[in-house]
Design a protein around this ligand. Structure first.
Ligand SMILES: [Mn+2]
Length: 337
């Protein structure tokens, strides 16, 4: 049996009680809901089949998570019906975010007395007011906290609930590879498998989702890889030709990882021509190089190891300017060591 960390027991028990007492529960997650946000929301919906549970999608519900939805539940967009579902619910629940702005248009309808938050992000300065919150940045996923709540209901966690929570764990830990992967995460994964999760059966819906166009764009990117071996700089340009052939290139977020995985890479850069004739630039750093700093030089931003910018101008000119800035960042590191 897995132990709930002691500091979470009291809020988990109180939230479980509130959920059990409610007839209707409206649940939203952050804009661009991911496997943890929707996994957490769907787990709660599965656990309370006799309650009126509504899911609120501030941005369109990603089709790859449809297999998690309980039969008969369709996520509501931010329109009059969606706002009314939230306004009339006994509990207004936010999962995987506590920030009002990240709840999108739904954020304005949360009322503190009815609001409950379950989240593992550090508290910001834009919180929704909540009557009870279970917030623990030490949790690898919100799904971990939802599990703590659901076990307090005394009703066993069923296979559909377990599967939705497992999806949250898998996605937020990068398939148990990121630094948030720890013994508790693996114990919870084991518990969920005992509750009926079939990990292999999740491979298809979660990871084998590429379309022929996605693989075509990936092929074009791999074909276009260039590198400066001495500096550890790797890049690829998806130009007008690729855009004409495959259409908008704004998605395809995973391609940059193939560039960063090339051995010896310290900075990876992917250039994509956009519909508006601008160039979308994604950066990854594998070591001490600060790509947020490089992105800021072009009006973008991000984290030290993952950043981006969208730049107006001719693709060849933009490419040269950005690579020059990357080279000076790498040269700066070299001179320091
Ligand atoms: Mn999360």
């Amino acid at each position: 049996m897995i132990q709930t960390p002691s500091h979470r027991r009291d809020p988990a028990r109180r939230i479980a009680q509130r959920l059990e007492d409610a007839d209707s529960i409206a649940i939203a997650t952050h804009l661009g809901g991911d496997g943890d946000g929707w996994g957490s929301a769907c787990a709660i919906a599965h656990h309370f089949p006799d309650k009126d549970v509504r899911l609120l999608a501030g941005t369109p519900f990603a089709s790859i998570f449809r297999f998690l939805l309980p039969a008969g539940i369709e996520p509501l967009p931010p329109d009059e019906a969606g706002f009314e579902a939230l306004r009339s619910a006994d509990i207004q629940l936010a999962v995987d975010t506590s920030e009002q702005s990240r709840l999108g248009e739904f954020g304005a309808y949360y009322e503190p007395e009815r609001t409950v938050v379950i989240d593992h992000h550090a508290v910001s300065n834009n919180e929704v007011g909540a009557s009870i919150a279970l917030i623990d940045p030490k949790a690898a996923a919100t799904a971990e906290l939802v599990y703590d709540v659901l076990v307090c209901t005394g009703k066993p966690v069923g296979p559909d609930t377990a599967r939705a929570l497992y999806v949250g764990l898998v996605t937020d830990t990068g398939s148990f590879r990121y630094s948030n992967t720890n013994p508790h995460v693996h114990r919870l994964a084991a518990t969920l498998i005992e509750a009926g999760v079939d990990p292999e059966a999740l491979y298809g819906p979660l990871f084998a989702t590429a379309t022929p166009d996605q693989l075509g764009v990936l092929g074009a990117a791999l074909d276009a890889i260039r590198r400066d071996e001495k500096l550890g700089l790797t890049w690829a340009v998806l130009d007008q030709g690729v855009h004409r052939r495959f259409g908008p290139l704004d998605e395809y977020e995973g391609i940059i990882d193939h560039l960063r995985n090339l051995a010896g890479t310290e900075i990876a850069v992917l250039f994509r021509v956009t519909d508006e004739g601008k160039v979308k630039v994604s950066f990854r750093s594998t070591g001490p190089a600060d790509v947020a700093n490089v992105a800021r030089a072009f009006g973008g931003g991000g984290h030290v190891k993952a950043a981006g910018a969208t730049i107006s101008g001719d693709t060849a000119v933009v490419t040269e300017q950005v690579l020059k800035e990357c080279r000076s960042e790498l040269a700066r590191l070299r001179s320091r060591s």
